[in-house]
Design a protein around this ligand. Structure first.
Ligand code: AMP
Ligand code: ZN
Length: 113
């Protein structure tokens, strides 16, 4: 997908601190961390919304959700973690390539703002 930041990171055209990669996903550090540990898990297929997802893309997302807990040591998830998927304007989605935020390393509050 042209002009998609995360497609460019997946293609290696923009640098990122990679934590894990396979045929389904890339996991890298968020450039502006909102918790002590903040990673992004990005499926290697461009779609914006869960509502747009094909069967194949849903298999990729399933692989993401299976892999994340397997990386608990590498990603510092031992004491718990939070997964966030921002969808659309009210959620503040800024990159329109679906991604899972992985937040950990500290106690987290619960606020929508
Ligand atoms: P969202 O607001 O859910 O679309 O999340 C987009 C995330 O991408 C934000 O947390 C940004 O800090 C992060 N981000 C933006 N540019 C980069 C980049 N070049 N490398 C890593 N993370 C980025
Ligand atoms: Zn993309």
């Amino acid at each position: 997908m042209e002009n998609c930041l995360f497609c460019k990171i997946i293609a290696g055209e923009i640098p990122a601190t990679k934590m894990y990669e396979d045929q389904n996903m890339l996991i890298f550090k968020d450039i502006d961390p909102k918790a002590k540990n903040h990673y992004l898990c990005v499926p290697k297929s461009h779609f914006k919304l869960l509502a747009d997802m094909t069967e194949e893309q849903s298999e990729m997302l399933k692989a993401c959700f299976k892999k994340i807990p397997e990386l608990k040591k590498e990603l510092g998830l031992e004491n718990g973690y939070r997964l966030v998927i921002n969808q659309g304007e009210d959620a503040g989605q800024t990159v329109f390539h679906l991604h899972i935020h992985i937040l950990s390393g500290q106690k987290m509050g619960w606020t929508p703002a």
